[in-house]
Design a protein around this ligand. Structure first.
Ligand SMILES: [Fe+2]
Length: 200
């Protein structure tokens, strides 16, 4: 048998990424739920990617919802720190947000957020049997037999984000994703972000 000296994978190229941070030391999630329920009570919502579930429609960056605003501000700061750490020439220039609520059987169809630079989600409530969003690989690697041929996340066709209450996730906006339904009591509630960046 021939033994090769070199590592077979020299370097993984063109990776994507998922950032996350625990906001529970900066945010009282019970306060965030209070703001969520205020919006839920007054906003009929609109149909977007949600099937059965509720997608908020009203503007959330409002002093009436200080705890939601706090999470948004933290998401902006966290994203800027990432952009600085990676030595990009970018910073956050736009952010808009909405709330999502999925009860039993509700889900979100496969979609991406168009030309959005970054997207994010903060989990406010998660029933025990509910999982987080599923990110889908969509490049041409999925046409090859290599895709899904082992357990490496670099070869995987999808990745399920851990839905942890109080945790913020940020990722590139081009990633396709969907949310599976769950069979349990309660609601999966989240604050979702679109984040635009520009040159400093
Ligand atoms: Fe989405």
């Amino acid at each position: 048998m021939i033994e090769f000296k070199n590592c077979l994978i020299d370097r993984n190229v063109f990776p994507s990424f998922l950032l996350s941070t625990d906001l529970t030391c900066h945010v009282d999630n019970d306060d965030v739920i209070v703001d969520f329920l205020k919006v839920r009570k007054k906003d009929k919502g609109k149909k977007k990617t949600n099937v059965i579930g509720w997608h908020s429609d009203i503007k959330l960056h409002d002093p009436e919802y200080p705890h939601l605003c706090n999470v948004m501000d933290l998401a902006g700061t966290f994203t800027n720190q990432f952009l600085d750490n990676e030595e990009t020439n970018l910073h956050v220039t736009d952010m808009w947000c909405w709330l999502m609520e999925n009860g039993v059987g509700a889900y979100n169809v496969v979609h991406n957020h168009g030309k959005m630079d970054l997207i994010g989600v903060y989990y406010i409530e998660v029933p025990p049997k509910a999982e987080g969003m599923t990110l889908l690989r969509t490049d041409a690697f999925t046409h090859t037999r290599l895709c899904g041929s082992n357990k490496s996340p670099d070869f995987a066709i999808d990745f399920i984000v851990d839905a942890v209450v109080g945790r913020l996730y940020i990722m590139p906006g081009h990633l396709y994703h969907y949310v599976r339904p769950f069979d349990d009591k309660g609601f999966r509630r989240s604050l979702v972000f679109n984040i635009g960046v520009g040159k400093k």
